[in-house]
Every structure is written in structure tokens, then in C-alpha cells.
Design a protein around this ligand. Sequence first.
Ligand SMILES: CC(C)(COP(=O)(O)OP(=O)(O)OC[C@H]1O[C@@H](n2cnc3c(N)ncnc32)[C@H](O)[C@@H]1OP(=O)(O)O)[C@@H](O)C(=O)NCCC(=O)NCCS
Length: 159
Amino acid sequence: MAISIRRARASDSEFVDGLGMQSASTSLSPVRPASADAAATAFRRAMEFCADRNDALTLIAERDGQPAGFLMLLFELTDDVTLQRQAFIVYMAVAPSQRRSGVARTLLAAAEEEARARGASHISLMVTQANAPAKALYEQAGFLDERVQMTKPVRAAAR
Ligand SMILES: CC(C)(COP(=O)(O)OP(=O)(O)OC[C@H]1O[C@@H](n2cnc3c(N)ncnc32)[C@H](O)[C@@H]1OP(=O)(O)O)[C@@H](O)C(=O)NCCC(=O)NCCS
């Protein structure tokens, strides 16, 4: 069945919140162990951060009239070096039962179109190194490795 993309409505908040909290543990890193609760709370913080901004957009992917995935995007961020305005994907997720059928690919294409329409020079995101499905998705969609966050624990308890 065809996938359609639309802007989120207030009535989507339960879907976005539920799926985001449920899937947030994919952002956990073996370098900095934390609980699934911490990841879910981090997702909530990201949502609140976006809710306070007027350059935020959430896209909803639907299949058979039902929400299947979402993507949260900001438009007014600049690249630190060039100061060019870029679109930034804060988070995206697809319902487990809808995965591997092109929902995320369709959401990314829509986000790219929005970025282009708003005059952004690039579209960027952060992804946890250990999140192999997401890394594969972004690489397949044409995203390039640009800068890498390198981390070293400096306290025994953190190793
Ligand atoms: C990552 C995620 C969004 C992918 O969604 P999806 O709808 O299943 O992805 P698509 O079906 O559009 O896949 C497009 C391409 O991405 C890659 N890909 C997606 N899932 C993959 C997986 N589990 N393993 C390897 N490659 C994968 C493939 O190249 C795929 O193309 P193909 O199916 O023709 O091989 C989904 O797994 C998810 O919601 N994960 C939990 C949340 C998350 O990690 N979000 C990203 C945070 S940065």
C-alpha cells in the first residue's frame, strides 16, 4: 500500500510520543552506558526543545490511513564553520510492524524536499555509531560522514 506524508496534527502527539519513547533506546551508546528510561527521557527533552521553537516541523508517514512513522526537523540551525543554514533531523522512527518497507526512506525524501523549499544548503543529523539500521538508512539515502564525535571515559566508574 502507498505511503503518504503529511504534517503532524495535535492528535498525532500520542503516536509520536509513544513510538519515540519506545524506540529511543536505539540512541544508547556502549561508550556511555545508560538505561532505556534515560533514553526515553532524552527523547522527551528533544520534543520539548522542538515545541519551544517556531522552526520545527514534524512529518507523519501514513500507510492505509494509519500513522506508520514520524520525522522531527528543524530549519534554522547553521553549520558552525560555514554558517550556512541547514535543516537538521532531530529524530525519526518507524513503527516496528512497518519497518523495512520504505517508510523511513519516504520520510527522508519529504524532509529533503522541505529543506530545499526553505532554502537550506544541507540537511544533517546525528546518529549513534552502534545504530546500524539507522546508519545504513542514512548512507543509502545519500548522507555522508562529515564530523565524528569521539569520546573517552576519564573516570574509572565511567569505563
Ligand atoms: C532506522 C529506521 C527509522 C528505519 O526505518 P524503515 O522504515 O525500516 O527503513 P526503510 O524501510 O525506509 O529502509 C530504507 C533502507 O535503509 C536501510 N535499512 C533500514 N533498516 C535496516 C536494517 N534493520 N538493517 C540494515 N539496513 C536497514 C536499508 O538500506 C533500507 O533499504 P532496503 O530495505 O531496500 O534494503 C527504523 O529501523 C527505526 O525506527 N528504528 C528505531 C529508531 C531509530 O533508530 N531512529 C533513528 C535515530 S537516528
